[in-house]
Design a protein around this ligand. Structure first.
Ligand SMILES: Nc1ncnc2c1ncn2[C@@H]1O[C@H](COP(=O)(O)OP(=O)(O)OP(=O)(O)O)[C@@H](O)[C@H]1O
Length: 786
């Protein structure tokens, strides 16, 4: 040790974490050892986030993955003066470790229900049976008598409220489940028996510790009977035919592999069971539906990585694909069914409570645009003779990943004609698993008919349905439950499959590991100034942690994204990469341009990506340091998803900034509420005594109280149309030019246009008659408004 070096070290204390000047941990710094969001010390007197309970049971299950970074605690046991082990001792120790890693042949050891309860609670996992119990308890009868309840309430409101609350809690307790959690990925192979190649692929991806949603959902999906073996009071939950599943878990918590692992494993097993040389073919067995093309291709990539060496083919749906589908034999009936399904859907959307879920205007376009993007391929296909369509080989596919419209078009034999109901001409009887990623948006009125059409076309009697999202409005949950029950009624001879819901953490909140900033900019130009300040921060004394590239900027419309890009593209100095560092991505761009921009952003070439809600859901950019909501999101759920593009897989240091102007004040309360709830969940909520202090990144209580409540009708309008003034042709434009300058430019442009028009008219008249040349000459003399 160089003593001079030690002595010459500065004595200035290093700033602590989260203090100004302290090196900040950013999402771009890389993956975290432990991707879990919640691991409370349940049971201890001083429960604290970030500390994980140690379990005996998990160790007994001989897992080959470390549980968490908490093993560092063992450092206190290190004995620096102990004699060094001999090489023989080291070799013997290694042998023992290897032996411990070998799969156990005997029956895996399951945890008792109490222990499961503790672990589930510490990771904030809550399971509820929503439908399909063999005997439905009295709550159904209770629900059928709302008028009587109301009457009672009038008598002694408080008493009745208390009673209702108690009853609700009791009912909820009754429906709750405490299945086995997955403590490590090693258990997937040794306890739940997934194929070794699939297990190896999981390890190769570097996944060591399962996230909460993986802990909760994988055992139930893979072997429900085993997951519930130690659970008590589940006699009416019959899982022999599998389960239907609804997973509501934070953004970036690894939902994708939670549905891909069971889908791939089921295909491998079925193939092994039914193997004959003739049947060893790829048969479409699972469909994953996602709302945007970017998300769909991301799922394909994830799926292919997991399926390496398993023989399972994961394919992205394209117009030119030929799938094995059965012609609908009872077309007349299906037509009626189809019509009925549409009527049902319409009826649902009106009858149910106002949906809280977001459907950004752009998302609709994104799927609309699917058709445009695939037109190239279609035209190529059309160029060949008509026969070629028939001759095109059937695509070998086991898992199909698709956006809803493109698959529905295939099933209906073409695009929708205006005013005509869609008829499903083909069905997909081989599909045994239908997975809806971002299910709430897929079942929102905007995509509902398309998604329901696909659901209807999957005719397998034992179709398994799993739905996933970070947000789930209650009306969407009710819709899923209703349709699953309806399907079950078609086969009364079979035991109904239970629909089990898993909620991780608080429903509809943002991830707990990011910082939120709500910034009032008063006007539209104020936003541009504020964004420039974020790009070029002048002082570190700014409120909250600075926003460092790469980051995403969300706008309400395509036009605004384009305009913001035009404004910002020269803001990055040439020596730092110039305009190439800022890019825009929206649904009017072609497919190939979109993919190129995505690749450039992922590679770090683009620092600021301006976009619309087309990238708000599901897209995984691991190292995004922040999100700027240049325009206020159209709903609380939209906020959750946009903010969730940062802080993925538990990465710390992400920032979500939201600008709001005078025009947004009527709508911003729902966003402020989500921020407050998310901070509360993260343990950062402001205490009464701190009200008035500038708490970093939190929404202060006075602001929450001062913001007006958003009326239901306004919420609905906002969701469908966004802030009116920002729609195309609205008064709010993104530009640094003053309105006087813009007016002058407009006048000049119009004058030039008018001049050209007159000239053309004069020339036309000159061709026709003699008097015109003079007029044309006269016209040329005019120089327009300058
Ligand atoms: N167990 C794990 N350990 C570490 N990283 C993981 C783990 N599981 C998933 N990830 C990574 O976490 C990131 C987010 O995963 P994913 O995209 O599946 O999240 P999500 O829950 O679907 O998010 P969203 O709600 O935004 O769609 C991915 O980069 C994925 O590779």
């Amino acid at each position: 040790m160089d003593i001079f070096k030690v002595l010459s070290r500065g004595i200035k204390a290093q700033p602590k974490k989260n203090q100004p000047g302290a090196p900040q941990l950013l999402p771009s710094a890389g993956a975290k050892v432990n991707p879990q969001f919640f691991h409370d010390n349940v049971g201890g007197s001083n429960a604290k986030r970030g500390k994980k309970r140690k379990r005996k049971g998990a160790q007994a299950n001989n897992n080959n993955a470390t549980e968490s970074g908490d093993d560092d605690d063992d450092a206190s046991d290190v004995d620096y003066f102990a004699p060094k082990p001999t090489p023989e001792e080291l070799a013997a120790k290694k042998d023992a470790e290897l032996k411990a890693d070998e799969p156990k042949k005997q029956k895996p050891k399951l945890m008792e229900e109490d222990e499961c309860r503790q672990i589930l609670k510490s990771h904030r996992l809550k399971f509820t049976v929503l439908a399909g119990r063999a005997t439905q308890p009295e709550e159904v009868a209770e629900q059928e008598k709302p008028s009587k309840k109301k009457k009672q309430k009038k008598d002694s409101k408080k008493e009745q409220e208390e009673e209702a609350h108690k009853k609700k809690k009791k009912d909820e307790d009754k429906k709750q489940l405490y299945p086995q959690p997955l403590n490590s990925f090693g258990e997937l192979k040794y306890t739940y028996g997934i194929h070794p190649t699939l297990a190896d692929n999981i390890t190769k991806q570097g996944f060591r510790v399962p996230t909460e949603v993986q802990m909760g959902s994988l055992p139930l999906q893979l072997r429900p009977e085993m997951a519930l073996e130690k659970a008590t009071g589940v006699e009416d939950v019959k899982v022999e035919r599998g389960i239907d599943f609804l997973g509501v878990a934070p953004t970036g918590s690894g939902k994708t592999i939670s549905f891909l692992i069971p889908a791939i494993d089921a295909i491998i097993k079925r193939r092994a069971d039914d193997y004959t040389p003739e049947t060893d073919e790829h048969v479409l067995q699972a469909i994953v539906v996602a709302p945007t093309r970017e998300l769909a291709s991301q799922i394909v990539n994830e799926g292919r990585k997991l399926a390496i060496g398993t023989g399972v083919r994961v394919v992205l749906m394209k117009r030119t694909l030929r799938l094995v589908a059965e012609e609908n034999k009872q077309e007349g009936e299906t037509e009626q069914d189809g019509k009925k399904a549409e009527e049902d859907s319409d009826h649902d959307s009106e009858a149910e409570s106002e949906p809280e879920e977001v459907v950004g205007s752009d998302e609709e376009e994104s799927d609309e645009e699917d058709s445009d993007a695939d037109k190239n391929e279609e035209s190529k296909a059309k160029k060949g003779d008509k026969k070629s369509k028939k001759e095109r080989p059937i695509t070998k596919v086991d898992i199909l990943v698709t956006t809803p419209k493109i698959l529905l078009n295939f099933l209906c034999g073409g695009e929708k004609e205006k005013g005509k109901p869609r008829i499903i001409k083909k069905t997909l009887p081989s599909v045994q698993s239908l997975i809806l990623d971002e299910a709430d948006v897929l079942l929102d009125p905007i995509f509902r008919k398309q998604t329901m059409g696909i659901w209807h076309a999957c005719t397998h009697p034992n179709l398994g349905m799993t739905c996933w999202s970070a947000t789930m409005a209650s009306n969407i949950e009710a819709l899923i439950t209703k349709h699953i029950e309806k399907r079950a009624r078609r086969t009364p001879e079979e035991t109904p499959k239970p629909l089990i819901r898993l909620v991780v953490g608080l429903k509809d909140t943002a991830v707990p590991n990011i910082t939120h900033k709500l910034i009032y900019t008063a006007t539209e130009p104020g936003k541009l100034l504020a964004l420039r300040q974020l790009l070029h921060p002048v002082s570190s004394a700014d409120s909250g942690p600075p926003l460092r590239p790469p980051f995403l900027v969300f706008t309400q419309t395509i036009e605004r994204a384009q305009a913001l890009h035009d404004e910002l593209k020269y803001d990055i100095p040439l020596e730092a990469g110039g305009s190439a560092r800022v890019a825009v991505l929206h649904s009017s761009l072609s497919d190939s341009v979109r993919s190129k921009i995505m690749a450039r952003f992922r590679s770090g070439e683009v620092w600021v990506l301006i976009t619309t809600d087309v990238l708000a859901r599901g897209v995984d950019f691991a190292g995004v340091n922040g999100v700027v909501n240049y325009d206020v999101p159209v709903s609380a759920a939209a906020y959750v998803h946009r903010a969730g593009r940062t802080g993925r897989a538990g990465r710390e240091g992400g920032v979500a900034v939201t600008f709001y102007t005078k025009d947004d004040i009527p709508f911003v309360k729902s966003v402020a509420n989500v921020i407050a709830m998310s901070e509360k969940q993260a343990g950062k909520d402001i205490e009464e005594k701190d009200i008035g202090k500038a708490a970093q990144g939190s929404v202060q209580k006075w602001l929450l109280d001062a913001l007006p409540k958003v009326a239901k009708e306004d919420k609905r309008k906002l969701k469908v149309r966004g802030v009116e003034s920002r729609r195309t042709g609205g008064k709010a434009t993104i530009t640094t030019k003053s309105s006087w300058e813009r007016r002058r430019e407009n006048n000049r442009r119009e004058a030039i246009e008018a001049s050209k028009r007159r000239k053309r008219e004069a020339q036309k008249a000159a061709k026709e008659g003699g008097a015109a040349p003079a007029a044309a000459e006269k016209e040329e003399e005019w120089t327009g408004l300058d």
